[in-house]
Write a protein that binds this ligand. Structure first.
Ligand code: TYD
Ligand code: MG
Length: 444
C-alpha cells in the first residue's frame, strides 16, 4: 500500500511544513505543529474559487450569459430571512459561528422545522444524541414531516445519506465533529475540517441543496478553523449575545445580500423568539430625572432604526495620562468626539479617563451616533443630566459642525414614536454647530 503523504500544520496560524518543528517560523508559537494527512483529492465537483475549477479555456461574452433566477426559500423565521437578504438561496451555503450555549443548535432546529419547503430537511448532528435532539424538539414544540435527524460524524456515511434522501436543506451541527479516515487519524484537525466541509458543500452545490454549517468560535470570537472554510461558503453569520436574553445574528460575508442587516431574537425556555418590533428593545425604561452621562440615540442597523442608550463617565486620570475605556464604540472615535468638545466648547477632557458603554451591549459604528455620544460625554463631564424625552442624531466634523446623517427623518420618527418629544438634529440656521446643539438642550 502506498504510504500516505503527511504534512505538519501549525495549529495557531496554519503554516505548513514538510517536517515537524518545535517552533513555528511564521508565528513563533512553540509546540504548535501537528501531523496532518494530505487527503486524496476529493472526487466531487470543485466549488467556485477552487483552483481545480477550469473554464476549459473558453471565455463567454457577458451579453450571452443568462442570469440565474434568484430562487429563495422562506426560512420560516423573518429575522433569518432579513439577515440573509430575503431568504435562503437554493444551493447556497451558510456558515454560522457562535460561542457554546449561545443557541446555534436551537436556532437551526427551529429553522429546520419552520423552513417553507416541501422537500426534505436533514439535520446532521455529531454533537448530541437523537434522544437529546428529541428532548429539545419537544421543549420547542417542534415536529415536522420530512425533517430527518442523522446522528453521524463520518463524512463518507453522511455522503451516502445525502445521496439517498436528497434533501433540499442540510444542517451540519457542527463542522468540528466531521471525520473522514482519508483526512488523518485525529478528528477536529484543520485537514478534517477542510475535507469534510468540501465534501458536503460540493454535494450540495451539485444538487442545488442549501446548507447551514454550524461552527465553534475561538475565545476571540473568530470561527475556529482555517479561513479557507469561510472562503468556501457563500455567507458567514455570527450569532452573538447582547444583553441578557437578547441574541443578535449578523452577517460578516454575504454573496447574495448586504452585510448590514441584523436579526434579533430573545431566548427563553421555549427557545428563540423573533423580535418583531426591535426599536425599543435596547432602551432602558427610566422614571424621573436621568443621571448625568446618559443620552439616547436612534441608530440604524441595516434598514431598521433602533433606539439605544449611550452611557459616559469621566473621572480624573491617574498620573495625568488620560485613557479611553470603550468596548462598544471605537475608542478612537470617543477620543475624537472628546477632542471636538474640548476645542469647541472649552470643556476640558484631557487628564480625564473616559468610560463609554452602550446599554444592551450593541456595538455601534453608525456615524449618526456622534452627536449623542458628544451629549453623553458633555453631560458626564459637567454633571448636568439631559432632560428626559430628549434624543439626538448627527455626525460631527472636526471643525465642530453638526452634520446630517443617513435616514435623518426616519430616526426622528422612530424616536418620536417611542415618546422622545425633542430630537436634536442638524437644522439649517438653527443647529449647525456643537455649541448650538448644547444650547438647544441646556439653554446655556
Ligand atoms: P444551544 O442551542 O444548545 O446552544 P449552542 O448550540 O450554540 O451551543 O442552546 C444552549 C442554551 O440555550 C442552553 O444553555 C439552554 C438554553 N435553551 C433555552 O434557554 N431555551 C430553550 O428552549 C433551549 C432549547 C435552550
Ligand atoms: Mg449546539
Amino acid at each position: 500500500m502506498a504510504k500516505r503523504k503527511t504534512v505538519y500544520l501549525c495549529n495557531a496560524c496554519q503554516h505548513e511544513e514538510s517536517k515537524w518543528l518545535g517552533r513555528c517560523p511564521q508565528c513563533g508559537t512553540w509546540n504548535s505543529f501537528s501531523e496532518e494527512a494530505v487527503a486524496n483529492t476529493p472526487k466531487s465537483a470543485p466549488l467556485p474559487g477552487d483552483p481545480r475549477a477550469t473554464s476549459g479555456g473558453h471565455s463567454i461574452p457577458l451579453a450571452s450569459l443568462e442570469a440565474q433566477a434568484d430562487i429563495r426559500i422562506d426560512a420560516g423565521l423573518s429575522e433569518v430571512n432579513q439577515v440573509l437578504g430575503g431568504g435562503i438561496i437554493r444551493g447556497a451555503s451558510v456558515l454560522i459561528g457562535g460561542e457554546p450555549g449561545i443557541g446555534k443548535s436551537t436556532l437551526l432546529l427551529q429553522l429546520a422545522a419552520k423552513v417553507k419547503t416541501a422537500g426534505r430537511v436533514l439535520y446532521i448532528t455529531g454533537e448530541e444524541s437523537a434522544a437529546q435532539i428529541k428532548m429539545r424538539a419537544d421543549r420547542l414544540g417542534i415536529s415536522r414531516q420530512g425533517l430527518e435527524i442523522l446522528v453521524e460524524t463520518h463524512v463518507p456515511v453522511i455522503s451516502n445519506v445525502l445521496e439517498k434522501i436528497k434533501p433540499v436543506l442540510v444542517i451540519v451541527d457542527s463542522i468540528q465533529t466531521l471525520y473522514n479516515p482519508d483526512a488523518g487519524e485525529v478528528p477536529g484537525t484543520v485537514n478534517q475540517l477542510k475535507y469534510g466541509c468540501h465534501e458536503i458543500l460540493s454535494w450540495c452545490k451539485e444538487h442545488e441543496t442549501s446548507s447551514f454549517l454550524i461552527a465553534h468560535v475561538t475565545k476571540g470570537g473568530q470561527i475556529a478553523g482555517p479561513k479557507v472554510i469561510e472562503h468556501m461558503v457563500d455567507t458567514v453569520l455570527h450569532f452573538e449575545q447582547a444583553a441578557g436574553d437578547i441574541r443578535i445574528l449578523r452577517a460578516t460575508k454575504n454573496r447574495f445580500g448586504s452585510v448590514d442587516e441584523v436579526g434579533l431574537f430573545t431566548m427563553d425556555e421555549h427557545g428563540l423568539s423573533e423580535v418583531t418590533n426591535p426599536a425599543s428593545i435596547f432602551l432602558i425604561q427610566r422614571e424621573g430625572e436621568l443621571p448625568p452621562g446618559i443620552s439616547v440615540a436612534p441608530i440604524f442597523e441595516g434598514s431598521r432604526a433602533l433606539l439605544v442608550e449611550l452611557q459616559a463617565l469621566t473621572v480624573p486620570a491617574k498620573g495625568g495620562m488620560s485613557r479611553v475605556f470603550s468596548d462598544r464604540i471605537d475608542s478612537g472615535r470617543v477620543s475624537r468626539i472628546a477632542a471636538i468638545l474640548e476645542k469647541h466648547t472649552g470643556l476640558k477632557f484631557s487628564e480625564q479617563d473616559l468610560y463609554v458603554n452602550v446599554a444592551g451591549g450593541m456595538r455601534i459604528n453608525d456615524p449618526g451616533a456622534d452627536l449623542p455620544l458628544a451629549l453623553a460625554l458633555y453631560s458626564a463631564r459637567t454633571g448636568q443630566p439631559l432632560p428626559s424625552g430628549v434624543a439626538s442624531a448627527g455626525e460631527l466634523s472636526l471643525a465642530g459642525e453638526v452634520r446630517p446623517t443617513t435616514h435623518l427623518r426616519r430616526r426622528v420618527k422612530a424616536a418620536n414614536d417611542l415618546g422622545f418629544h425633542q430630537v436634536v438634529v442638524p437644522e439649517p440656521g438653527k443647529i449647525r454647530r456643537i455649541q448650538e446643539a448644547l444650547k438647544s438642550i441646556w439653554k446655556t
